[in-house]
Design a binder for this molecule. Structure first.
Ligand code: FAD
Length: 327
């Protein structure tokens, strides 16, 4: 392995798997993530209300392991079965899995990487306080930009559409290849109710606004006295309503959930909608990862392989292996 220092942008499952595999080969990697914690789409949102705290896994609902490597990573992270033995969740919340996988890694959170500068073998990352970067709004002109590096190599472990602008300067060809990848958006409702809804713990649906709904509080280790639901809109409905205000989307999805329950649901204690612009892979790259040995820039993520968390971890590990094999 010709590297001594690697920068990884993105500490979701792909970035974490890449860092852990590099570490196993004795290579130190520094992770940067714009989130306040690692995990990306393996996420948990807490809503505080009147002294109570309601938790919602508003990203990935459960994880399945087809391969032994991901299965043992889930075991090590304390994941437990939910619904059946094959579906696993983080305990006491989904975000516990990436937190466990990030243990011991060098991770900078709340840092938005805005630019890859420098040259092959001596890349530098320019990054700023993620709280200052808001979609559709200009970054304040006096925002302090920090620079880290030099790094021997850079890995982008971010959703494909977010990798493209970062690669446009240093790696135009990679940016072009990634441009063909497509991810579907997903509006997600989080709602807590005063009473139990007359619905099974999970529902998978087609043809209406809702694609998936689950009693999040039925997962192991959750507060069972709270009736917390996560409701995902289907991709067509989400696209149709993509730019609507979150409050309107929450009302529409609550209404749709009420119809499923055979009438109106009781007024929720709390309800909020989250828009995932890049949720599930529709058109994958069709290769485990991307690695340009001349530029020493790589990219990984679920979008390389399939719309599953395991694919993200597999892609990150595949990229680390490709880097390790590099001459
Ligand atoms: C609503 C929803 C439901 C899902 N349900 C399931 C399910 O039930 N089962 C399943 O297996 N999978 C599910 N998935 C998919 C699964 O969550 C993903 O496949 C997986 O988490 C992707 O991991 P990743 O590391 O490739 O990307 P991400 O998790 O998206 O990680 C990318 C990271 O990059 C960071 N980042 C992006 N840009 C920058 C930047 N410029 N600077 C710094 N950091 C940056 C982000 O903050 C993020 O942490 C679901 C996803 C969603 C959204």
């Amino acid at each position: 392995m010709p590297f001594t220092s690697v920068a990884i942008v993105g500490a979701g499952l792909a970035g974490l798997a890449c860092a852990r595999t590099l570490a196993a080969h004795g290579v130190a990697a520094r992770l940067f993530d714009k989130g306040r914690a690692p995990g990306g789409r393996l996420a948990t949102r807490r809503i505080e209300l009147d002294g109570r705290s309601f938790g919602f896994d508003h990203g990935a609902q459960y994880l399945t392991a087809r391969g032994a490597v991901f299965a043992s990573a889930l075991d090590a992270a304390g994941a437990k079965p939910w619904i059946d033995e094959t579906r696993r969740v983080g305990v006491p919340r989904m975000s516990a899995i990436p937190r466990a996988l990030a243990d011991g890694l060098d991770l900078a959170t709340a840092r938005h990487v805005a630019e890859i500068a420098g040259e092959p073998g001596a890349w530098r990352l320019r990054h700023l306080d993620a709280a200052l970067v808001r979609p559709g709004r200009p970054v304040p002109p006096d925002a302090a930009v920090a620079e880290d590096g030099p790094f021997d190599a850079v890995v982008l472990a971010v959703p494909a559409p977010q990798a493209v602008p970062l690669l446009a300067g240093p790696a135009t060809r990679l940016a072009e290849v990634i441009g063909a990848v497509r991810l579907a958006p997903c509006w997600t409702l989080m709602a807590a109710f005063p009473d139990r809804l007359p619905l099974p713990d999970t529902l998978r649906l087609t043809g209406g606004p809702i694609g998936w709904a689950a009693r999040d509080s039925s997962k192991p280790g959750r507060d069972a006295s709270a009736e917390c639901w996560v409701v995902q809109a289907g991709p067509e409905w989400t696209r149709e309503h993509l730019e609507r205000p979150a409050a309107e989307v929450a009302a529409l999805l609550l209404d749709a959930l009420g119809k499923l329950a055979g009438g109106a649901v009781p007024a929720p204690l709390c309800a909020a909608a989250h828009r995932w612009r890049h949720a599930l892979v529709e058109t994958p790259l069709g290769a485990p990862c991307l690695w340009d040995p001349a530029l020493r820039i790589g990219a990984c993520g679920d979008w390389c392989i399939a719309p599953r968390a395991e694919a993200a971890a597999d892609s990150g590990a595949a990229l680390a292996a490709a880097m390790h094999a590099a001459p």
